[in-house]
Write a protein that binds this ligand. Structure first.
Ligand code: ATP
Ligand code: MG
Length: 190
């Protein structure tokens, strides 16, 4: 199984579709957001640093994030494909990921881009705030995260395009339909 990079704005469903893909193809799953929230919950030094950025809707600095990613990646069962959820988020992270994988004789695999209109994203994130109570799911911080996404992360789509691995899936109102299209895409590409 190839590696998969799942890419999209906050609330686009990266975590939700990752869970479904992981179940279906028995892959590893690295969600950098979940890793950071785990560190915060455990009160580690890294968690304290991360919380300062997350609560402001800002990205954790690249150097730190790249170190964390390599460490978590090396804990994955060898030979099993991994889904990267929430990483890379900047060009520097993408370059680092490509290099890190190449050093291990691995490849990025497939990039899956989720495109969802901003009104739907905001509605989803505000609903999630009521259910999960994530500190960064409030209207002000969400707007900041959208801004950071447009500025730093969205340009990466072009970077993946140039790598020849970008595959775009656009939300048309149904999770089932989206999932069917994503599975069909993965099977065609593997
Ligand atoms: P969703 O999970 O709904 O897609 P999201 O993409 O905003 O929303 P996470 O991926 O969980 O949520 O990330 C939450 C926060 O963790 C980010 O806003 C950022 O502060 C930090 N973070 C996660 N991944 C990275 C990364 N690769 N680089 C820098 N910061 C990150
Ligand atoms: Mg997530």
């Amino acid at each position: 199984m190839k590696n998969i990079i799942i890419f999209g704005a906050p609330g686009s469903g990266k975590g939700t579709y990752s869970d479904e893909i992981v179940k279906r193809y028995n892959m590893g799953h690295i969600s950098t957001g979940d890793v950071l929230r785990g560190e915060i919950k455990n009160g580690t030094e890294l968690g304290k640093v991360a919380k300062g950025y997350i609560d402001q809707g800002q990205l954790i600095p690249d150097d730190l994030m790249i170190d964390i990613l390599a460490k978590v990646y090396d804990e994955n069962e060898p030979g099993r494909g991994v889904i990267f959820d929430g990483f890379p988020r900047t060009i520097a992270q993408a370059e680092a990921l490509k290099k890190m994988l190449a050093e291990r004789g691995h490849e990025m695999g497939i990039m899956i881009e989720l495109v969802v209109d901003e009104e739907t994203l905001m509605t989803r994130l505000l609903r999630r705030a009521e259910i999960e109570g994530r500190a960064d799911d409030n209207e002000e911080t969400i707007k900041k995260r959208f801004e950071v996404y447009h500025q730093k992360t969205e340009p990466l789509a072009q970077w993946f395009e140039k790598e020849g691995i970008r595959h775009t899936f656009t939300w048309k109102g149904s999770k089932e339909q989206m999932l069917d299209e994503i599975f069909a895409g993965i099977e065609q590409l593997n």
